[in-house]
Design a binder for this molecule. Structure first.
Ligand SMILES: Cc1cc2nc3c(=O)[nH]c(=O)nc-3n(C[C@H](O)[C@H](O)[C@H](O)COP(=O)(O)OP(=O)(O)OC[C@H]3O[C@@H](n4cnc5c(N)ncnc54)[C@H](O)[C@@H]3O)c2cc1C
Length: 470
């Protein structure tokens, strides 16, 4: 073990064999980013079981100036959980802190430890006929601590907001080991600055989140799902407004799918079929949901008729059964997987004000196709909240590595257009190691400088997740 990390040996007895890990077989997967983009070095992994243990770890690290890399489910895609290659950093996994502490049906809240798997929180709520609406494809392995630290989004943002909007209070261990308990469960609290929001989305650079009070909602008992073909992306934007008003704002999903993306799904994902006979360039998968007993079928049919009359929908299908609903969702959920067999893909997860989404997709497609002729733009995603996955698959029969060498130049083309349209180069996933340069380039200087001041205040010795975000 590196001599610096040996300074933490006084913690070994406190943490016990499950909390103090030197076994390289266990450590190895903690050093590699999901997509293999980053690999770090560290001989020590600490897995505390409670907040006091986290506090003791941070106290000693702060005293000896030892850097800490927090880890949840390690599903983040920006290298946020990967230590540097110096071997001087210790990894701190919250995975053993996975208890649900309190379930309060009257307050519509659940209090959980940071290492709770998101899917387990959803299941616990569902058993009481309640909903915790944060939902992402990684929900079987990501943790609530990671979700809050990255301000995760997913498919229900349109209706319920991002992780930031779903939390009422948190408990945090600060860089010097002090514990800040803000587990109030209050919906209204105007006692000065809202400090919890500083930790949310800070990717472990300001403190270690150890617990959270989360909002719950009545479980939707009525769901209506439809796939509508639209003539262009501007029609998809117009349809969004209509869908919100016809459903009395009970729209909970609104996802854009391109024909090219759909064709990749039909080709590469088994047991999928085209639900609409004719081919159209764009589709929207949308869903109404309500906790009332009354069906929303009539509203969905009204929307379909009104949109056909206005020529913003060309054709469509409304799910007749839960099986058909599942089949429609596979067409959306399979989009990422379906791009893999198509070779290299340059991906962007950006957000644009909804009124500029169509302009963004059109301009970015033209410019990218000009820069990489025959490249295949697959634009899709949460158009209801302005979040577009703008992915570019390599031209058919081209060389994958030659295509991927263009990654940075393509990024620049896409991010410049995003920036010109008042958008954000990072809608989800955060900054980590991957997007630090973009943060400097696109965020106003005053913002970056304020972020540095906050970092210096909370972590003056820079021991918390160094080299991430800033
Ligand atoms: C298939 C797939 C689909 C995904 N879909 C989405 C999506 O739709 N929307 C979305 O937003 N993201 C998505 N992600 C990214 C990822 O799942 C999310 O960022 C998730 O919130 C990370 O949770 P985690 O527990 O895995 O965190 P980790 O990856 O372990 O950590 C993420 C960051 O948070 C820090 N951190 C972790 N726990 C704590 C803590 N307790 N205190 C302080 N800092 C901490 C880490 O240091 C790191 O910087 C997806 C990833 C995959 C693999």
């Amino acid at each position: 073990m590196h001599s610096e990390l040996k300074k933490l040996l006084p913690l070994k007895t406190l943490l016990g064999s499950k909390g103090w890990v030197e076994d390289t077989n266990i450590i190895e997967p903690h050093l590699i980013e999901e997509r293999g983009l980053y690999k770090g070095k560290s001989d020590l992994l600490l897995k505390p079981i409670n907040t006091n243990e986290v506090s003791n770890i941070l106290k000693l690290c702060n005293e000896h100036n030892i850097k800490i890399v927090p880890q949840g489910g390690r599903t983040g895609l920006c290298g946020g959980t990967i230590p540097s290659d110096t071997g001087l950093e210790v990894m701190l996994s919250l995975e053993r802190m996975n208890k649900i502490n309190d379930f309060n049906e009257e307050n519509f809240t659940i209090t959980v430890e940071a290492g709770c798997i998101l899917g387990n929180i959803q299941d616990k709520a569902e058993k009481k006929n309640l909903l915790f609406p944060l939902s992402l494809a990684s929900e079987g392995s990501c943790t609530i601590g990671g979700n809050l630290s990255t301000n995760a989004g997913g498919i229900n943002v349109l209706r319920y907001g991002m992780a930031r909007d779903l939390v009422l209070g948190i408990e945090v261990v600060l860089a010097d080991g002090q514990i800040w308990n803000n587990l109030t469960g209050l919906r209204k609290d105007n006692r000065g600055y809202d400090l919890k929001q500083l930790f949310i989305g800070s990717e472990g650079t300001l403190g270690i989140i150890t617990k959270a009070v989360l909002k719950l909602f009545p479980s939707p008992s009525n769901i209506e799902t439809a796939l509508f073909a639209v003539p262009n992306t501007q029609a998809a934007v117009e349809l969004l407004g209509l869908a919100r008003s016809v459903s009395t704002d009970l729209l909970n999903a609104y996802e854009l799918i391109s024909r090219l993306g759909l064709e990749m799904v039909l080709k590469n994902i088994p047991n999928t079929k085209d639900p609409i006979k004719d081919k159209y360039k764009w589709y929207v998968l949308l869903e109404f949901s309500s906790s009332s007993k009354n069906s929303m079928r009539a509203q969905m049919e009204t929307l379909f008729e009104m949109a056909l009359k206005k020529n913003i929908v060309c054709d469509g299908v409304i799910a007749e059964s839960s099986q058909q609903r599942k089949e429609l969702w596979v067409l959306r959920d399979g989009l990422n997987e379906a791009q893999k067999p198509e070779g290299g893909s340059i991906k962007h997860d950006v957000s644009i004000p909804i009124n500029n989404v169509s302009k963004f997709i059109n301009n970015a497609t033209i410019q990218v196709e000009k820069f990489v002729p025959d490249s295949r733009v697959v634009a899709f995603g949460h158009i209801g909240d302005g979040n577009i996955h703008f992915n570019i698959s390599q031209p058919i029969k081209s060389n994958k590595s030659e295509f991927l060498e263009k990654w940075e130049s393509v990024n620049k083309i896409v991010f410049n257009i995003v920036n010109d349209l008042n958008g954000s180069f990072s809608a989800e996933h955060g900054i980590g190691k991957l997007k630090r340069e973009e943060l400097k380039l696109y965020n106003p200087e005053i913002e970056v400088s304020l972020m540095r001041s906050i970092k210096n205040t909370f972590d003056p010795k820079n021991i918390l997740n160094p080299g991430k975000v800033l």
